[in-house]
Design a protein around this ligand. Sequence first.
Ligand code: ARG
Ligand code: ZN
Length: 853
Amino acid sequence: QTIHLAEYQPPSHLIEDVSLTFRLDPKATRVLSEIRFVPNPAREDALAGKADLRLDGVQLKLISAAIDGNPVDVTPDATGLTLPAALLPAGPFTWEAEVEIAPAENTALEGLYMSNGMYCTQCEAEGFRKITYYLDRPDVMAPFRVRIESDLPVLLSNGNPVAAGPELAEWEDPWPKPAYLFALVAGDLVAHIDRFVTRSGETVDLNVWVRPGDEGKCAYAMDSLKRAMKWDEEVYGREYDLDIFNIVAVDDFNMGAMENKGLNIFNSKYVLASPETATDDDFARIEAIIAHEYFHNWTGNRITCRDWFQLCLKEGLTVFRDQSFSGDMRSHAVKRIEDVLDLRARQFREDAGPLAHPVRPDHYQEINNFYTATVYDKGAEVIAMLKRLVGDDAYRKALDLYFERHDGEAATIEDWLKVFEDTTGRDLSQFKRWYTDAGTPHLKVTDDFKDGSYTLHFEQETAPTPGQAEKPPRVIPIAVGLLNPNGDEVVPTQMLEMTEAKQSFSFDGLAARPVPSILRGFSAPVILERETSAEERAFLLAHDTDPFNRWEAGRGLAKQVLLRMVTEGAAPAPGYLSGIEALLRDNGLDPAFRALALRLPSEDDMAQTLHAAGITPDPSRIHAARQDLQRALASQLSALLPALYTEMAVPGAYTPDAAAAGKRALRGAALALLTRLDDGATAQGQFAKADNMTEQLGALAALLDIGKGTDEVTAFETRWRADRLVMDKWFSLQVLYAAPEACAATAARLTEHPDFDWKNPNRFRSVLGALPANAAGFHDPSGASYRLLADWIIRLDPLNPQTAARMSSAFETWARYDGDRQDLICGALERIRQTPGLSRDLNEMTARMLGAK
Ligand code: ARG
Ligand code: ZN
């Protein structure tokens, strides 16, 4: 059954307050609720006493129910229960219910469940209905009081602690919130503690709660939290609003983390870090996700979403905020490049296939299927564009107005755009298409030069996406700068505002034909198409003042080179190799930037590029060409690599800061190439000596990539067997670097490993998520990987539909490939779809993916 945005109805009733009591027991937890309902003034039928009250409730055993103290006899169905209007008192009334649930049997990890003996919750999007009967929709906001009865030592919920006794704790959250922000944690936990004093002088207790033994791995998460709190005060003027802020690390978690009010719950992977066990990338992700969840306190919690179609209202904005934060903490140039890499790899891919949907979808069957790169990452791009268009000052004013106007409300994208319209006087109706229209615009560019006047001609076009045939032109901010042939910048960055399908912009008074630098900073999430010579790209790689476009020029060159290698069997172009060499030799450049410039486009990126150019990608050939190009780079750089490797060593004890991480990244990239020259000798040495996970894992990856490292794989396992997060890396790496023809067998063998706990999402993803990430291995012509993944998705679905459905998107690219592969992939999808008792989640995903067939 499909839910449509256009059919939104305000709730029949609102909730004034909620009081919950939990008597925790693994198999028979009792939940007592006392909920004060009032008819919604916005609903005349309710005011007239003519509206039934429909409460959501799933997999609950109803023990008793009463209205204003009088027992009522109601019969729940599979999704909830209906209180007929005739049964409801006129005006406010109190609903009381007692239900029984079994957290230990909750394998879907949604609602109240158990992880390693600890109770925890995940309610977004619709998990609260698995806890008790409720109006489980985000536009119903209420203050909560929670009482937890359990003999476990640590009992947590949202808000401030108000009472504690033997085997008892009470929490009160004064801030009205929707049920999806509810949280409860109970377990044998220890806290890493700290404090934060807000700008207005309030002291906040900060706790990062983990399992005993992990307390030494919390410092970075805590430090990130304090920096995020300060940053939100300084940059957005937002202060924290409770006496206490708790973060809990949980080993079994479907997603990354969750912003429950005052009680953020995290996948332990995004909290726990030590130099020995976490890589530089892990540290960076922890910093970003801790900030993301914290920032939700204002963008998500204080102002929430009216309905789930508005998900990007909180997610796009919060991603944009965490990206800005990470840029401020580290390097904006490097962060931008990384974010664009990720956007293209996941969101452009989604936008180009059968799962394409608008940033604000207008229908869904299962909302959990829409926590996507489009909603999150394109949602953030849309905000970045808005900020570019209105300017920094207006952006800040609009945000102030947003917080002032909508605090305590459940808002919409229309509300969001309105604050910008009111602040700037701009009409944003065309801009709104970025929210309502799916697909990535292609931006074609040509140019001409005459009498000192240089003109850029743009043409935008977006291909149809499922359910959307017509794509009217959008507003596209195009940042452009012009360079002189001698390398100087003649026109610094200007923001061109394209609004038509075709539009030209001229620059006058130029002495010579300039070299254009277009879409600087990746000013809009579009695919730029311009016939560009290798010479011009090499020129920009050497001279562009915009770091993003400088990197982009190298990227474009690498793609061009790879494309010719794949399609024509050409040799790697010397111009590319020498351009990269020159860049690497430039010690004035940030090592992190150089490392990014050295990183070749991924195999999936190349498949996407070929497909967009109308060529059917052959993953085996792409893999071979990419390996050849790496060998060619290695020999081109043979004189430089050992020196670079030595120079980039970071002396002293490991620190996770951006400067040190950047040097390690460049050193690691050098090592990956060096390994192709010295048969792994340097990597073996590094593996043996490394005192940090970045270097240990980097060495192992380099060895596996040239088909070596067998002894190191064993040594790594022996050393890290007891550490779940490190073992996830061990599982992943073997699949990621398996030879294409051995990939499925490697993954299958690992699923037989005694530590392959397939019910743990991280472990499941470490093997079955790594499989599609090995592009040539996943698309091996035997079809073995497709079958293996389908088998495991079918197996996981009855237990954990959310994670099963998420993994199925590995098949979304079927239409790119040749007929044989298409048949194999669609066969796997069909087999999933035909499975009896398939979840709503997977049913929707497979139907959408096969819909185009
Ligand atoms: N709001 C969370 C976050 O961004 C994501 C939770 C999604 N969970 C889910 N089951 N859909 O950060
Ligand atoms: Zn979020």
